[in-house]
Design a protein around this ligand. Sequence first.
Ligand code: 13P
Length: 253
Amino acid sequence: MRKKIVAGNWKMNKTLVESQALITEIRGIVRDENTNKAEVIVCPTFLALPSASKLLDGSTVKLGAQNCHFEESGAYTGELSASMLKSVGVSHVIIGHSERRQYFHETNEMLAKKTTAAVNQALTVLFCVGETLQERESGSHFDIIKSQISEGLFHLSAKDMSLIVVAYEPVWAIGTGLTASSEQAEEVHAFIRTLLAEKFGEAISEEVSILYGGSVKPDNAAELFSQKNIDGGLIGGAALKARDFFDIIKAIK
Ligand code: 13P
């Protein structure tokens, strides 16, 4: 049985003190109310990671970062390596978010290297893919997803794939209030699983959790999560409020 996962990507939101308060709130709700059907991950800013790690000590809530560099160390001003993340208690890292691809010009080639760096530190990678509105409207979305998956992940070994979670996040649905319909999302999730099966074999593809992201809210989560190939969500805006985030977690069956 593959894992059901709900991860919160806080993006560039919350000061240190605000982050600590939200982590504490989420930790408490998950401890008191979660029936443990879903793995819960929070991804605050880099700045909040060390104290978040301490606050989550003894909790089932896992800690993720939003990015890492592909080198171990060196002259890369402003960057952080996977081993540095590991050293403060991070277990997960988001790689390939569309905002990184778009605003920071991260290419599939760079993302493949980042994925290797993270896997080498035994970090679980939340690897994001997704098409823009223009790509969907022109009908090229399957080609785009295929190149993001194959160029970003196909250099990995079958064993490495146990550290990979894929997140399908259509760019047109991120922060727009426009959600992909459950049919649209399921179609792409099934396609991604087929790509993984062709490369790594059926058994491995069945073990990879594929999350949906893009305007997931408490009122649309259950419908999305009920789809056969949707194994949870990567949540932006709604992850910044503990109650909304938990209501989404509860939608996992
Ligand atoms: P929203 O949930 O705010 O649309 O963001 C989704 C996202 O980008 C998560 O990584």
